[in-house]
Design a binder for this molecule. Structure first.
Ligand SMILES: Nc1ncnc2c1ncn2[C@@H]1O[C@H](COP(=O)(O)OP(=O)(O)O)[C@@H](O)[C@H]1O
Ligand SMILES: [Mg+2]
Length: 437
């Protein structure tokens, strides 16, 4: 027997005893009147609290416990305890849900959930960007009404999701490439995962281009070389002809060697993510080396001047800086016809070290300037080749300068000459103390 029954029985027994006593001491009529009054009062009390409970259940106020004597107080308290437990459980589920949403939002991939009618139930912000959706506005919209690309519609309706779908011309500027895959789950529901692979595709295309370029660059001298070899093997040649052929073969093999060695330099630079360090470069030695090389290459065919602030220096890797600046000087000589002038300067400008090479040479068409630092890019292929160029020099320059946080600036006018300027950052610019006299 539970408490409610027990209390009801006890109060009825008490009432019966009181009525019996009243009957004995007064009369039955008075006892019956008292019993009716007590029962009516009990019924009114119970109706009042039923009504109160009803209102409470209709519009519960969390945390508010109505007070009442006896069983009703107990009922209210128990209800309050129950509500508290449920509230805690709901809060826990809500927290789990919100952590789950946060985790999916943090994902670098787009995630969209579709119901059994392919309507959007939820999507994260990356998915909004990928497909141009709006998580709030497009809720419960059929996804193919919003993502209308025929490939996507066909893929979604095919129910064959083993392979991913590549979608091109996506995003606001219609320049992105997405890889999309659908994963069915639950009762006919679908998860649409998307990943932006624009950059991946671009580097892949660059890698393919690069391999094609390298093969092409090596194939040409190799074809010439094997042609000469065949000629030498099959034709009776005079000593003079043989010597000339050998000389030409040597030129081709030197060209291949230069290409391979420049490629190795580039690969080393690209693979080296280490900071170039803060070693002060012996700029005086570098400049004098550059001057000697320039004189040798020009063999007095150009007027070359060096105007240098010898105390000025930069920090970094000396061999890299020497090769980058050397490349600009040799380019100036190689792309300037005999009789031209080349001016090299090394000065501080507003606290930054600036290296500039100005030539009076062929100049570069404006359209070619932005592409000069691409690997194997040449304005004039035959001139580059004739002067022993590989087309990789400025690509190496770009890498070295990037590593040293320096900027390359190219100004040129076709037929009048060019100026290649390298600006080092102030943080790398330094000054050497003059040697004691
Ligand atoms: N000083 C310059 N004057 C004119 N053209 C230049 C000069 N420097 C570079 N170029 C052009 O830029 C191209 C790329 O230079 P670079 O990467 O050093 O390769 P290359 O091995 O051909 O010299 C050259 O082929 C040439 O057409
Ligand atoms: Mg060069």
């Amino acid at each position: 027997m539970n408490v409610i029954w027990a209390r009801s029985v006890v109060s009825l027994v008490l009432l019966a005893l009181v009525c019996a006593a009243l009957t004995a001491f007064t009369n039955l009529k008075i006892a019956l009147i008292v019993a009716v009054i007590v029962l009516l009062a009990q019924s009114a009390f119970s109706t009042f609290h039923k009504q109160r409970l009803w209102r409470l259940l209709d519009a519960p106020v969390y945390g508010e416990v109505p007070s009442a004597p006896g069983v009703w107080g107990e009922i209210y308290y128990r209800l309050h305890k129950l509500a508290k437990r449920w509230h805690a459980q709901v809060r826990q589920v809500e927290q789990q849900h919100s952590r789950f949403i946060q985790a999916i939002q943090a994902s670098p991939n787009g995630v969209a959930m579709l119901d059994d009618h392919d309507q959007i139930e939820w999507c994260n912000s990356i998915s909004e960007v990928h497909f141009g959706l709006d998580a709030k506005r497009d809720l419960r919209q059929h996804i193919t009404h919003l993502v209308r690309q025929p490939d996507f519609v066909k893929y979604l309706n095919s129910h064959q999701y083993d392979e991913m779908l590549i979608m091109r011309r996506m995003g606001e500027k219609r320049q992105n490439v997405l890889s999309v895959q659908v994963f069915p789950y639950g009762e006919n529901r679908k998860l649409v995962l998307s990943q932006d692979i624009t950059e991946l595709e671009r580097t892949d295309a660059m890698r393919r281009d690069f391999v094609a370029n390298v093969s092409h660059e090596l194939k040409t001298p190799l074809t010439v070389l094997s042609g000469f070899l065949e000629t030498m093997r099959e034709l009776p040649l005079s000593d003079e002809e043989r010597a000339r052929y050998l000389e030409l073969m040597d030129q081709q093999s030197t060209r291949m060697r230069h290409i391979v060695s420049d490629l190795l330099v580039l690969a080393t630079l690209e693979g080296d993510n280490k900071h170039p360090g803060d070693q002060m470069i012996d700029m005086r030695a570098v400049l004098s080396h550059l001057e000697d090389d320039a004189d040798n290459l020009s063999s007095d065919h150009h007027r070359i001047t060096f105007d240098c602030d010898e105390g000025l220096t930069v920090t970094g890797v000396e061999t890299e800086i020497m090769s980058a600046l050397g490349n600009l000087v040799t380019n100036a000589i190689r792309y300037t016809p005999d009789g031209g002038t080349i001016r090299v300067s090394w000065k501080a400008e507003r606290g930054s070290a600036v290296f500039a090479v100005t030539d009076s040479g062929l100049g570069i068409p404006a359209a070619d300037i932005p592409r000069l630092t691409e690997r194997f890019y040449r304005v004039d292929r035959s001139r580059s080749r004739d002067t022993g160029g590989t087309g990789l020099g400025l690509a190496i320059v770009k890498h070295v300068l990037q590593r040293h946080e320096a900027q390359l600036e190219v100004k040129s006018e076709e037929g009048r000459g060019s100026t290649f300027t390298v600006r080092f950052p102030m943080s790398r610019t330094a000054r050497r103390m003059p040697a004691p006299v």
